[in-house]
Ligand binder design. Structure first.
Ligand SMILES: Cc1cc2nc3c(=O)[nH]c(=O)nc-3n(C[C@H](O)[C@H](O)[C@H](O)COP(=O)(O)OP(=O)(O)OC[C@H]3O[C@@H](n4cnc5c(N)ncnc54)[C@H](O)[C@@H]3O)c2cc1C
Length: 380
């Protein structure tokens, strides 16, 4: 059984490494000709960390990243609406969320995959079924590769998905997001905290990801597909977050403007299925979510775990159906909850009602939800 993984993002690389560990025959193809130090930070929740532990890379991830012990959702001035300490999470799983630079995570995964199995500069173009029940993958450079199965891990704008399910649709939230990594040393009290501050239809998130490196994101309502001017973006963000806690301005000022990224926040309308015959979608290609729960990457990593376990344990069965049944309820729940959280964060009708509601959510409910999300069921 030969697998072609299309896309070497977080999900594709984690799947390749999981396949490597299980002795599953695979090759992985990535459109980008070479890995560059791009991107900003990412939070890896304990469900992702459990998979990374099983892949033997947890310690490296912890060393290159920064542990978050406390997650604060607060008002613009940093007064908390909800403050969740991670002690119970640590007791149960042995660790709490790790914040890390995306490039560092990709490097760790990439370096564990044998170089003869990873092919850069190979942009997927299309696939065709052959007469002997195999699939021919055709790349943009016209080269071809024959395989038994395709795993589409090519992200939210997946070309594999567009051919497999042409009617699938992405949804724009009406929100756009700027991300950056500031070179700055924050006061000690912020070192192991993940913070998200909700203002008047704008919000700002912060966490340290390494020594003197702080990842931040800023979200506001806007029309889709807008562009920024590198000369004015800093001032625009400073104006947008005027009135927020003073550390926010310091972070914006300490970020090279040419490295500020902008993305519209979109997700994928949940689909009935992620597979057809011998082609299956994972990660954002199959179930992209908005980033409000910090779970898109974690879910792509969970996919790698379940897929590799199911293939290794039940090689003769309808693996993709089993995979769908195992994964879809949790993933759909996260997609829906994340969508609603984003809407609430930018609620137009009075932030005091929203804040009152948030402040009064019982901590034990927050903890219970968190524990459910972080739990990974073993595959039997
Ligand atoms: C602002 C923001 C913040 C986020 N924060 C978090 C967070 O804190 N925690 C978290 O868990 N998740 C977070 N996410 C979500 C997370 O980034 C994604 O869910 C995750 O990257 C999905 O991984 P993936 O491998 O499925 O897709 P991607 O990471 O998008 O990787 C897809 C790969 O496929 C390649 N590719 C594309 N087209 C082709 C082609 N035709 N042929 C070959 N290769 C191709 C791409 O180059 C890329 O390498 C965030 C997302 C956003 C937008």
């Amino acid at each position: 059984m030969k697998f072609a993984i299309i896309g070497a993002g977080i999900g594709g690389l984690a799947t390749a490494l999981a396949f490597e560990k299980k002795g599953i025959d695979y090759q992985i193809f990535e459109a980008t000709p070479q890995f560059r130090e791009v991107g900003a930070g990412i939070w890896l929740a304990p469900n992702a960390l459990q998979v990374l532990e099983s892949l033997g890379i947890l310690e490296e991830v912890k060393t290159k990243g920064n542990t978050i012990d406390r997650i604060t959702l607060g008002k613009a001035d940093l007064s908390p609406l909800s403050d969740t300490y991670q002690n119970t999470v640590k007791e149960k799983f042995g660790y709490t969320t790790v914040a890390i630079h995306r490039a560092a995570l990709q490097h760790i995964l990439f370096n564990k995959i044998p170089s003869n199995k990873i092919h850069l500069g190979k942009s997927f173009g299309s696939y065709a079924h052959t007469e002997d029940e195999k699939i021919k993958v055709v790349f943009e450079d016209k080269s071809e590769y024959e395989t038994d199965y395709i795993i589409g891990a090519d992200g939210i704008h997946s070309k594999v998905r567009k051919q497999l399910f042409p009617n699938s649709t992405t949804r724009y939230t009406g929100q756009t997001c700027w991300r950056g990594v500031a070179t700055i040393d924050m006061p000690q009290e912020f070192h192991h905290r993940g913070i998200e501050l909700w203002g008047d239809q704008v919000r700002f998130g912060v966490s340290k990801i390494a020594d003197n490196k702080v990842y931040w994101f800023a979200v506001a309502l806007d029309q889709p597909n807008q562009k920024d001017n590198a000369e004015t973006i800093q001032q625009k963000l400073l104006n947008m977050f005027n009135g927020f806690h003073p550390i926010i301005k310091e972070l914006i000022r300490a970020t090279p403007t040419e490295l500020i990224l902008r993305n519209d926040i979109i997700d994928l309308k949940p689909m009935k299925t992620w597979y057809k015959e011998n082609i299956c979608l994972i990660g954002d290609a199959g179930h992209a979510t908005t980033p409000n729960m910090g779970q898109g990457g974690a879910q792509a990593i969970e996919d790698a775990y379940y897929l590799s376990e199911l293939i290794a344990n039940n090689p003769d069965q309808n693996i993709f159906e089993k995979f769908l049944q195992k994964r879809q309820p949790k993933v759909n729940d996260i997609v829906n909850q994340s969508w609603s959280t984003g809407k609430m964060a930018h609620w137009k009708y009075g932030k005091s009602i929203r804040n009152f509601f948030l402040k009064n959510i019982p901590q034990r409910m927050v903890q219970k939800k968190m524990m459910e999300m972080y739990t990974i069921e073993k595959v039997i």
